[in-house]
Design a protein around this ligand. Sequence first.
Ligand SMILES: C[S@@+](CC[C@H](N)C(=O)[O-])C[C@H]1O[C@@H](n2cnc3c(N)ncnc32)[C@H](O)[C@@H]1O
Length: 317
Amino acid sequence: MTTAIMTRQHTPALLREVVEALAVRPGGRYVDCTLGGGGHAEAILEAASPDGELLGIDLDPDALAATRQRLAAFGDRVAFVEGNFSRVGDLCRERGFAPVQGVLFDLGLSSLQLEEESRGFSFQREGPLDMRFSPRQGPTAADIVNTYSQEELADLLWRYGEERQSRRVARRLIEERPFRTTTQLAKAVEQAVGRRARGAIHPATKTFQALRIAVNQELMHLEAALVQAHGLLGFGARLVVISYHSLEDRTVKDFLRQEARDCVCPPGVPVCVCGHRATLRLVARGAVRPSPTEVAANPRARSARLRVAERLPSAAV
Ligand SMILES: C[S@@+](CC[C@H](N)C(=O)[O-])C[C@H]1O[C@@H](n2cnc3c(N)ncnc32)[C@H](O)[C@@H]1O
């Protein structure tokens, strides 16, 4: 699998925008929480030359092995950590890598993972129904589809896939299981919801997204990771997150907005009782989106939304 991964490359989304948003400078210390193919990491290390450092984290040992080779020329300016970004604060402190000047999350999966049929992420490629970012972690997509109750499956498809026909799909899955492969599942979903109009997304897109989020507990880890990353930021440091679907983006937006406010009391409370003080400044009000030129060259970037915030100097880290 590693050989296959090394022969292809993932095209990083919003590359120039990431380096700008992080305000990368020579000598700075940066964390890439989603190292993947190393495209963003390479650009950060170049912009931080000659002595800036980067710690790269990924759950996927194959991605780490390939990217270690790609970034070998940077020598000991780069460190590689196999782990979950939900522990980014601990992983960095254990290595004496704190505080930092910037933390990057480029969420979701890489095109290398999507295109590797043995990983089971794609409904267009026949493969085992796996979808784990790490082979060392818990249940696979097959385990979930083949063991959850109809209600649990419908709930999962509704919550994580925003699938409007969640009940109908869940019923079909219960009737047809056990499922072993991606294409077997994709076909069953297509039969349940029917073909969508030309130009619309594939009928199985939402089901696959929902399963991937559940298998990897993506939203739970993201929430924990944002808190940990925030705690690593030195004064003036930047937190940059690229998300690819509305559930991720909402989690990021809510966190950043909350941390950028002085008071988080519920509406209607006449006098502030929370005592919360803003620790972040939103660098861009909304999300940065890829240009039409980028989307034409790299269609997978089309749903990317970048959000960036800066650590305020007032509060203690
Ligand atoms: C979109 S790719 C990153 C691509 C990278 N920015 C590049 O330029 O090649 C996302 C990566 O995050 C990793 N990942 C996803 N969830 C993770 C988690 N909770 N902890 C660590 N890595 C994770 C995936 O394995 C994948 O390699």
